[in-house]
Design a protein around this ligand. Structure first.
Ligand SMILES: O=C(O)c1ccccc1NCC(=O)[C@H](O)[C@H](O)COP(=O)(O)O
Length: 261
């Protein structure tokens, strides 16, 4: 079993258990479930820098990144830095995240929040809305075409935007459908952890123009963004590069200032 298969197997067990603990009807009663969401698409369209900054404590590829920060301050710092949106990892076992992280980020800032999760069940989409997310991630590598359609249409009906993530042409071809808002190319192979910006460049030509293109992972310099922009990317998802610093907000602010110069 590769790491992605392991994560997904654990996720099925986790979600089955949670469904018994907290029924959907209870999630739908959350005050946050009724709120108006923020648009990441709108922010990216109006931005010249396009940074989506991530809260990421650890990962299967890098193990520990930064365990000494609190998500409330990180979210405030990212908002002050002028990022377009924030990604919050909510997986506990492999990334050290939680739904409480999402809730705290929501309490701390008015940025569009992406729930970064391995979504395999509609329940997690309802949960995302109930805990303050504006955008959900769907990973083509772990979903069938029918699941992508069902999950993205559910998200749309809840006014959540959908970022569909692909890593190769086959995943892209099976996924393109009108219920998606953003198409993300993950530069990291989630099975081997190899990272290459070439993945974004190659797939960019195959992504229809109606979708906002986002390049994800392994972006560690403003130079990388200058390289990717001509390929039509409007969004750049950055985790480790900011989270490695003592103050991710300051790190994002310096990055954005350097990009704008
Ligand atoms: O980051 C990992 O090691 C990883 C492993 C397996 C599945 C997903 C993984 N990462 C999720 C992400 O997509 C990244 O956190 C995100 O794109 C930011 O990447 P980076 O800037 O390289 O931290």
């Amino acid at each position: 079993m590769d790491i992605l298969q392991q994560i997904v197997a654990d996720k099925y067990r986790e979600v089955a258990f949670k469904k018994q603990l907290i029924p959907v009807s209870q999630l739908e009663q959350s005050v946050l479930f009724q709120r108006e969401t923020f648009s990441l698409v709108k922010n990216l369209k109006n931005s010249t820098t396009g940074i989506i900054a991530e809260h990421k404590r650890r990962s299967p590829s890098k193990h520990m990144i930064n365990d000494s920060l609190n998500v409330f301050d990180v979210a405030k710092g990212y908002e002050k830095a002028g990022v377009c949106g924030m990604s919050v990892l909510t997986d506990a076992k492999y990334f050290g995240g939680s739904l409480d992280d999402l809730l705290l980020a929501r309490a701390s800032c008015n940025l569009p929040l992406l729930r970064k999760e391995f979504i395999i069940d509609s329940y997690q989409i309802i949960e995302a809305k109930a805990y303050g997310a504006d955008v959900i991630l769907l990973i083509a590598a772990i979903l069938t075409q029918a699941e992508i359609k069902t999950f993205s249409e559910l998200a749309q009906s809840l006014n959540l935007e959908v970022l569909l993530e692909v890593h190769n042409e086959e995943e892209l071809q099976k996924s393109i459908m009108p219920s998606l808002d953003l198409l993300g190319v993950n530069n990291r192979n989630l099975k081997t952890f190899e990272v290459s910006l070439e993945t974004s460049m190659t797939l960019s030509f195959l992504i229809p123009n109606e979708f906002i293109k986002v390049s994800e992972s392994g972006i560690s310099s403003t130079g990388a963004i200058q390289v990717l922009k001509p390929y039509g990317f409007k969004g750049f998802l950055i985790g480790e590069n900011f989270m490695r610093s003592e103050n991710p907000g300051d790190s994002a602010a310096h990055f954005i200032k350097a990009l704008a110069e």
